[in-house]
Structure formats: C-alpha cells, structure tokens
Design a protein around this ligand. Structure first.
Ligand SMILES: *Cc1c(COP(=O)(O)O)cnc(C)c1O
Length: 451
C-alpha cells in the first residue's frame, strides 16, 4: 500500500476512535474537488436554484400580507449579515484561535416566519405545493397572475382539504406548521423526543396537530411518511430526501452574492470566504453550501459543525456509508442539547450530493455550545439557540486543528488569512421564549468552568 494511503487510513481509524469516544474532532474532506469538476457531475444545476429564487419572488406579496414583519424586505424571506468584532476577540482570547480577517454572523436565527434557517427550506416547499395545487385547480391561471389570489376564500377552501405532514426535531415542524396554517392547510407535525415543549405549544397555538414520539427523529420521520402515504389528501415533506427543501436553502446561499456586494465585501482569489454551518440531517447546510459554491466557486470554503454525540454527517462521510450507518452503531447516544442537530442518521441525499463541495467537518462538545451562545450575547447582544451556536466552533478551531491547518496550508490560504471573511451561519433562536433564554443563560454560567 502507498505510504499516503496508509497515513490516510491511520488518520481515518484514529478519527473514528475519537468519534466513538465522543471527543471533539476536525475532519478534512479528501473528496473535495475543484468546483468546475464538482458541478459537472452534480444532480441539480443553476437553473433549479434560480427557479427557487423566482418562486419566492412570486409569493412575496402573499408573504408580505401574511407576515407583516417582512414588510421592510418586501415579502422576501431574508436575514441580515453583521460583523461581530467583539465576538472575534472573545473567541481569540478564550480559545487561542488566532482568527485573522473579519468575523460575521448570518442571522438566519432571525428569519421571519419561523425564526430559523427552516424558514428557507420548509417555507419554500409549502409554497411550491400551494402553487401546484392552485394551478391544477385553476385558482391561478398561470404563474404571471397576482399570487394574492391565493388568499381568497376559494383558495383557502381548496388548501383546507389537504394536510401537510412532516417529521421534525422542532424547527422544521415550526416552519412548515406555521406556513401551512397561514395558507389554510391542515398541518400534522410528528415530533421526536428531543423537540422542545415550547415549540410544540407554539405549533398547537397556530392550529397544527402535534404528534409526539418517544423515539428519535428518524422514527418520527418514518411514522409520518407511512401515515401520509395512506392518505391521498396528505403531503409528506421528507427531510431525509427532499430536493425542494434543499433548493429552498440553496436560494439563501445564492443571495449571499448580492448581500456581500451591498456591504462591499470582496471574495476572490486573494480574499477567501470561510463559512461555518451547523449540521443535522444535512439538507440545510448542503443547500446553503451549494448556493454559495455557485457564487464563489473555489474561493468559498465551507465547514459543517456537529455535536460530538450526533455526528451523523461526519460518520457517513468518513465511512463512505452515508445514511447506511447511524451514530448508535458506533456507540454514541445521538442526544444533545442542540435539539436542531439531534440527528442520528444523515440524509443520504444531502451527504452524497455535498461530498465534492464540502471542505470539512468539526464536532463540538455541548458545554461549548453554551459558552459560544453566552459569549455572543455578552459581547454583541445577539441571542441564538445552542444548536446555532455550534457554528462558532468552526472559526475557533480552524487554525488550531492539525487537519484544518493542513487544509489551509495545502490550499495556499495561510498568507491570505488577513484578508479572509468568516461567516458563522446562525441557524435559529429568535422565537425562543424569554423564560427559556434565561434558563439557557443560567446553564451557560453553570457550565462556564469548563474550558
Ligand atoms: C435544522 C437545523 C439545522 C440543520 O439543518 P439540517 O437540514 O437538519 O442539517 C441547524 N440548526 C438549527 C437551529 C436547525 O433547526
């Protein structure tokens, strides 16, 4: 065997041992290929992401009417990108991260409608279903008509005959439940044990039916899928296999091009862009990555972050088994305070799709999630939920970890780091009720002794 292969094999085995012991690891993706090669063999193209952008646009008058908080954005579901220099100092001070360049946060945590990144994928898929039904039943004559027509009595009556179902750890259910109910659909949300009680109550308030399971996320999805299949007036939104969800997220990645331009942020050969995204089943981070890659090609470097007890994307990638292996298979619990990331088995579709585009994956200990969350609040007065705070582990570890450091060196990025822009993709938090926020902060203070 070639020496290189042998070292790679040893590294892989070492990594698996560390993962099994729930240690934090960093992984550099050996299957990353140049963008032009990756896109050549890709399942979807530019035109499909463009279609997602235009569909959001067609629905913007409807969104504006149903969700007045989108008024300023003219009904487009979008979030702010803000720089967080004090948080950067805090991370460098506490973790010796030596992060150069500028650190930004993408506030999908504050997206309208659902207060999480799920407002991209989940909302998008509901809109697509509504559009298809309306066209088929001649509520809309064509796609050029005013979509406000969808708020008329006869449209609502049509939608009310259908149930939209989904399995969720919380946020996807919120997004799909809220959007479906707003258009008049019935909504049935299958929630795993990890789902927070407040998320269930909020859904019930919106008129969605919540079905609770004693089991984990994969089983909630499976049960929802089976129940929906038996009912011709049901649609099941399948987080493990949905192309539409992925395209909804991808539209968000694509829009970053305009957002960066508006803020005079350059991304080119000498100004690399690093993006860090928390990963659960993989659809949201894979979609966003795809959209970003379409804009910035090899100048954007995307890393996912997963909890040490639920690294399903990393496990599927390292073993090459994708969704044919679960974290329980290597003795992990799949349990984490990061409810949005409490997933034991990746979406095989997302994993295989994103493999040639992804730079690497970090895993993070739960206790650090609270520290990142609290540091962001203390330094920048921005609140995000623990799942979202996972993303901060990327910039904290990028230079420190041997494997990502090697990535920086072999891609000739070391000299360019002073010009780099780092974006932490904050995926959720604005809907977290005040009493729960206070609880989280208490938890953070009590865990703060650990380095
Ligand atoms: C869903 C979610 C993610 C990850 O998305 P996946 O598609 O499951 O990988 C990350 N953070 C939060 C807060 C989420 O709700």
């Amino acid at each position: 065997m070639e020496i290189d292969n042998l070292t790679a094999l040893e590294a892989r085995n070492g990594l698996l041992v560390d993962m099994t012991n729930a240690k934090e690891v960093a992984w550099r993706n050996p299957n990353l290929v140049p963008y032009t090669d990756a896109i050549g063999s890709c399942a979807f193209g530019r035109s499909e992401v463009y279609e997602a952008l235009t569909r959001f646009k067609r629905f913007s008058p409807v969104i504006k009417k149903l969700f007045p908080e989108t008024e300023a954005m003219d009904g487009i579901v979008e979030s702010e990108l803000v720089d967080i220099p004090k948080m950067q100092q805090a991370i460098n001070g506490r973790y010796y991260s030596e992060l150069e360049g500028r650190l930004y946060i993408k506030l999908d945590s504050h997206l309208p409608i659902a207060g999480s990144v799920k407002a991209r994928g989940g909302v998008y898929e509901v809109l697509k279903l509504a559009e298809e039904l309306a066209l088929k039943n001649h509520i809309l004559v064509d796609k050029n008509e005013s979509y406000l027509r969808l708020l008329d009595e006869d449209a609502r009556e049509l939608f009310s005959q259908y149930t939209i179902q989904v399995g969720s750890t919380g946020n996807l259910g919120l997004s799909i439940g809220i959007m479906s109910r707003a258009l008049g659909f019935k909504a049935k949300i299958h929630m795993s044990t990890d789902a927070k009680a407040w998320k269930k109550s909020l859904l019930q308030e919106k008129g969605a039916e919540v079905i609770e399971y004693d089991s984990d996320y994969s089983e909630a999805v499976q049960s929802g899928r089976e129940l929906a299949a038996k009912d011709e007036f049901s649609f099941f939104i399948d987080d493990e296999n949905s192309k539409e969800l992925l395209l909804g997220y991808a539209a968000g990645g694509r829009r970053m091009k305009y957002q960066l331009e508006m803020q005079n942020i350059t991304v080119d050969d000498n100004h690399p862009l690093f993006v860090y995204i928390p990963c659960g089943v993989g659809g949201a981070p894979a979609g966003i990555t795809f959209g970003l890659k379409q804009c910035f090609g090899d100048n954007v470097h995307v890393f996912f972050v997963e909890p040490v007890q639920a690294p399903c994307m990393l496990l599927g990638m390292v073993t090459g088994l994708f969704n044919n292996i679960s974290v329980q298979d290597i003795g992990l619990s799949g349990k984490t305070e990061a409810d949005g990331l409490a997933v034991s088995r990746q979406s095989g579709m997302a994993g295989q799709f994103i493999r040639p585009f992804l730079s690497g994956i970090f895993t993070v200990d739960d206790k650090k999630l609270y520290h990142y969350m609290k540091a962001l609040w203390d330094n920048e007065k921005i609140f995000i939920e623990p799942s979202a705070a996972a993303a901060f582990h990327g910039p904290a570890e990028l230079k420190r970890s041997r494997y990502t450091n090697a990535y920086l060196r072999s891609n000739n990025l070391m000299d360019k780091l002073p010009n780099a822009v780092h974006i932490v993709w904050a995926t959720g938090g604005s809907l977290v009720p005040d009493d729960i926020r206070i609880e989280y902060m208490k938890e953070a203070s009590s865990r703060n002794v650990v380095k």
